[in-house]
Each structure stands twice: as C-alpha cells, then as structure tokens.
Design a protein around this ligand. Structure first.
Ligand SMILES: [Cu+2]
Length: 508
C-alpha cells in the first residue's frame, strides 16, 4: 500500500513516491515539499484525481468581508465552483460612481475556500449584459496561465476547466484578459484559500479584506460617475486606494465587529494593480502573520507587507474594547485616498491593559460618524443643481470641519491659546470672507492678530478640499459658536482658487 501524501504530521516525513511511470522524480530530488507544519505539498496522483468518480460538491462562496465556513471534510473531494463575472456600477466613494468589473458582483470577488488535494471543477460565467470578455488566473493553480487560457469567456458564454489544489495557502485570483492592468484596476480580483488537511486552527471571527488601487479621471471624491483613467494607471498615480472596493466598505454600520477576548483572523489580499500594501491595524499587534499567505507564520508583527497579487493571513486577540483602524500605513493612502477600515470591539474595559479613551477624531476624520459622507455628497449634488440650502451647507460643513479643522481649532472653535487662533467670535475671520477662503486653500503663516492676541504660527494649506467642501466648511464656521451668519458659495471659492498663483506641480 502506498501512503497518501496528504496525511498530516505522523506520516509527513515518509517520502511520497509518485507511482512508477507517472513522472517519477530523478533520484535525490524532493518529491514532496514538507512544510513547517509537516504538511507535504501534494504531488501524488493518489488524492482524488481530476476525473475521479464520486459525488461532486458545490463550493460555498462568500462576499467580503465574510468568508465561507471552514472545511470539515477529512478527505479531498471534487468541488464545483461557479463564478459569474458582472460589470456593475457602484459607489466607489460617497456620491462617486464607478463601473466595476467583478467576480461575483462585488469587489473583491467571491471568497473561494477549498481543501488541499481537492479537484476543482471551475465554471466561469460571463453575464450576457457584460460588454467585455474576461477570464481568470488563479494563483492556486499549477499550470501555465493559472487557468487563464482555458477560461477566456465572451459575454453570455461560460467556460469550464479543472485543476487540483496541490499547495495549501491563501492565493489571489484575478482576470488576465488584455489589457490585464485595466481589468485588475476595475476590480477583477479575489482570494482563494486552500486549507491544509485538518484546516487552520479555529478562531472566533474570520474576515475577508482586500486592498486595491483605483484610477479615475476626476480627483479623489470628485462627484458623479467617474471613468477609468488609463494614463494615471500607467503612471501608478492612484486616485483611490481602497479596502473592499469602496471608501464606505468597512466604516459605519459596515465596520468589522468582535468582542473582547476573541481571536480575529483576517484574510488580507492585495489586488493591486500597482501598489504594495503596508497593512497595519492601529491599536493592535498581529500575534501571527502567515506572511505572503504561505505556511509559516511570524509572530508579534506591527505592519505586514502585502505585495500586489499577494496575500497574508493575520491573527490577533482583541483585548481592549474600542475602534481599531485598518490602514495601509503608506499613510496618505489611508487619510487621503480611502485605505481605511474599522474594527469595532465591544466588551468590558480592561484598564490593566489600556487606560481608555476612544480612538481620536484626528485618526478617523470624517469617517468617525455614520452618514457624514452622505451629507457631504448630498450637499455637493444640491450645489450642482443650484438647490443647496444654507442649513445643508452648515450640516455638511460641520462634518468636514470635524475631520479637517477641529484638530487645531477645536470642536468648540475656541482654538488653543497662543497656538491656534479661535474661529469662534474671531474678528479676523468675520472681517474678510475672501481672505478666509484664501487661508483655507493656501494656508497661513506669519504674525496675525486675532481678537487682540498675536499668533506667529503656521496653518498648512488644505488643498485636498474641493470648492464645495471649502464653501461648506466656511459657511459652517460663519454660522457656529455664536458667529453672525454669512455664506460662502462654490463660485466664490472657485474665484479665489483661480486667482491664486500656484508653484508648478502643486495640487490644484
Ligand atoms: Cu476581466
């Protein structure tokens, strides 16, 4: 009797001999790579072969941030995966739409979970309403193109191919139809987990998060339907860097959740197409990281690098309640391009470990509260339609102020004596509206006198704000904390911006 190569541990060191005549390895060559857990990569044909008889099982797929349940089978099986490609219009940010090309209707594509040794019968269905042909390259496939050549599918067609899941690990899959970069940039990627026999150690929560970079003709958060920008993509000049395909995917009521004392496992992928991710959770240390989605884990990691077209499994125990922030620690991407998600942990305070206080507004900016994005988007739409009320401006401006200005000028508008001048009752602000617009767009430095007190400090330019946002923030400031009203319009901001000379290369 030959010993099946997928038997774990006890038999792991027994060499797996391919049957005679079936591509026997040269003498001395490793026939089975034995990984750190003692699990050999399957190279024998003894596990269910691609054409093996037996009951086919339909694979359970899941949409992010969820994953299918762990596999409890003790034997490999024939597994049928049905994945449908759909081209869909969805919000990429509040009030911003994008035509995503998806595996399964969402970005990232459906999570596929199989067992090492399974024979996977893969059906790729290209929805008849789609405009483009697509295919799939699964990094879990051993074979030229990873399935791409056998899965090229025109709209309204299906294709089928089979592969054996030889190696355990967490793998990216993606479309590989030309222009490949464009298909990936439009959201065509997902993860497939090949569980080792016996599975991964049980945990309390498992989530699926995948980063991707996006390139739109309009600027970050410029409203409306935004087309793909090929030139920006070639230059790797991302407009958005996102988790799960949208700025709103992991915030507000879509935040990930856990309870104190639980172990959380995140399956993190990076679809690219261009950028690598410095994945970090603010306030946590990864107890384990299966680097690059492989078999070995590293312990006690702060930030893990996830290459484009790569993945990692991270695990940590959440000890202290509160909000944890998932970011790409290339930090402008988190706060100015959208690479930010939240994990909300409920449970008893543990003052022995941490003294308390929620994660600050400065970290969360306008993502701190649910619905603020919608308020801002509605104000922009109303502004474009010429129906914007002062009340809507004040509301939207308040949300933006909380994320943009309050760190220095304080939520109360009182500033900090000697450092940040007040906006509440500020004679300087109220004296000259145009000057105030110019300060927000261009910053301010040098001596100023506000309400009789001198400040010699620096306010950086808030050039990430668009005209609507500046108008709303200033309208909010002019109508809050007892200030006496007044209103700033989009057109007034545009005028000041246009009349400001900018050094070459500076942002709008
Ligand atoms: Cu495609």
């Amino acid at each position: 009797m030959r010993i099946p190569c997928f038997l774990p541990l006890a038999l792991a060191l027994v060499a797996c001999q391919p049957p005679a005549g079936e591509g026997a390895a040269p003498p001395g060559a490793p026939v089975a790579a034995v990984n750190v857990n003692g699990l050999p990569a399957i190279r024998s044909t003894e596990a269910a072969s691609l054409t093996a008889a037996g009951e086919a099982i339909q694979a359970v797929l899941a949409q992010a941030p969820f994953v299918p349940p762990p596999i409890t089978r003790t034997e490999p099986a024939k597994l049928v995966v049905n994945l449908e490609v759909k081209e869909v219009v969805k919000p990429i940010s509040e009030g911003v739409d994008y035509v995503f090309w998806t595996f399964g209707g969402d970005v990232p594509g459906s999570f596929i979970r199989v067992r090492q040794g399974d024979s996977v019968e893969f059906h790729l269905n290209n929805h008849p309403d789609n405009k483009m042909p697509h295919n799939i390259d699964l990094h879990a496939v051993t074979g030229p193109g990873g399935g791409a050549a056998s899965s090229f599918t025109a709209p309204g067609q299906s294709s089928q191919f089979s592969f054996k899941a030889l190696n355990a690990g967490l793998y990216v899959y993606h479309c590989a139809t030309a222009p490949v970069g464009m298909h990936i940039a439009n959201g065509m990627y997902g993860l497939i987990l090949v569980e080792p026999p016996g599975g991964l150690p049980p945990v309390d929560r498992e989530y699926y998060v995948m980063q991707g970079d996006f390139y739109t003709v309009g600027k970050y958060r410029e409203k409306g339907l935004q087309p793909f920008d090929m030139q920006k993509a070639i230059e790797e000049n991302a407009t958005y860097v996102l988790f799960n395909g949208s700025e709103g995917a992991l915030v507000g009521d879509k935040a990930l959740t856990a309870k104190t004392g639980e172990t959380v496992r995140l399956y993190i992928g990076n679809g690219g197409p261009n950028l690598v991710s410095s994945f970090h959770v603010i306030g946590e240390i990864f107890d384990k990281v299966y680097t690059e989605g492989g078999t070995r884990f590293q312990e006690n990691v702060q930030t893990t690098l996830i290459p484009a077209g790569g993945a990692a499994i991270v695990e940590f125990v959440v000890d202290v309640p509160g909000t944890y922030v998932l970011v790409d620690h290339s930090i402008f991407r988190a706060f100015n391009k959208g690479a930010l998600g939240l994990l909300k942990v409920e449970g008893e305070e543990n003052v022995a470990l941490y003294s308390g206080k929620e994660v600050s507004e400065a970290y969360l900016a306008d993502k701190a509260q649910t619905g603020t994005g919608a308020m801002i988007a509605d104000a922009t739409t109303a502004s474009a339609a010429g129906t914007l009320s002062k009340e809507a401006q004040v509301q939207a401006g308040g949300a933006l102020f909380a994320g943009t200005c309050s760190a220095c000028h304080q939520s109360s508008g009182a500033g900090i004596e000697g450092v940040f001048p007040p906006l509440a009752g500020s004679d300087f602000l109220l004296a000259d509206k145009e000057r105030a617009i110019g300060i927000v767009i261009n910053g301010l430095s040098g001596p100023v006198t506000v309400n009789g007190k001198d400040y010699t400090s620096v306010m950086p330019p808030m050039s990430q704000l668009n005209d609507d946002e500046v108008a709303n923030i200033l309208t909010f400031a002019l109508n809050s904390w007892g200030n006496d009203g007044g209103r700033v319009t989009h057109a007034e901001v545009a005028k000041v911006r246009a009349s400001t000379p900018r050094p070459p290369g500076a942002a709008h």
